[in-house]
Design a protein around this ligand. Sequence first.
Ligand code: CTP
Ligand code: MG
Length: 235
Amino acid sequence: ARTAAVIPAAGRGVRLGPGAPKALRALGGTPMLIHAVRAMAASRSVSLVVVVAPPDGAPEVKSLLDAHALPERTDFLVVPGGETRQESVKLGLDALPPDYDIVLVHDAARPLVPVDTVDAVIEAVRAGAPAVVPALPLADTVKEVEPATAAGEPEPVVATPVRARLRAVQTPQGFDRATLIHAHEEITEDVTDDAGMVEKLGRTVLLVPGHEEAFKVTRPLDLVLAEAVLARRRL
Ligand code: CTP
Ligand code: MG
């Protein structure tokens, strides 16, 4: 069973603030995307990485990958992305050569995921699960609300799900290739993660333990945390 990783990296990073596209912003002097590619290539099982670049940034991403050393065993492809993450992932899947039957989908915005988490996901897909997601318990209690119609308005609470039954999901999410491709063909509703599409097909999605360092760099404070994690690793 050969494994490929698709890395959606086509987002602008609006919540991170003005600057280069998020995936190209530096972390410890190296673009976030390169960290994410290395995190996938660190797994001995991953033999292809498909990077989904910002729509007009594919040549730039290609030269970045050429300039940064990757393990000999890992091939890479670069394709331009789309308007939404879902479209970008689809464009990455369209570029997959036929001989890969396990596919990981990993956010470029999670540059620091440890290789043990990557391997645990692959292992669970190999063991037969159609979709596998790394996940962690929540620290905060979560409320469901009636969203405010204007910014800053108070929002009425609708429900409080029992926190102990909730999990925050991360990437890489791992899939049986045919299942993921089928999900992208069938499901047209907007989703915020790939496993959500497989779930909508009625297939089983399994969670394995995630890792704190697999957090998503979303807002400026996350960059501070990411730099600190990197600095700690380099000690
Ligand atoms: N992504 C993508 N194509 C898009 C939008 C997002 O490939 N059209 C990717 C991002 O590059 C990122 C991952 O999906 O690696 C997770 O998305 P998110 O953290 O939301 O990144 P952005 O969409 O770039 O950030 P924001 O929502 O703050 O603009
Ligand atoms: Mg986004």
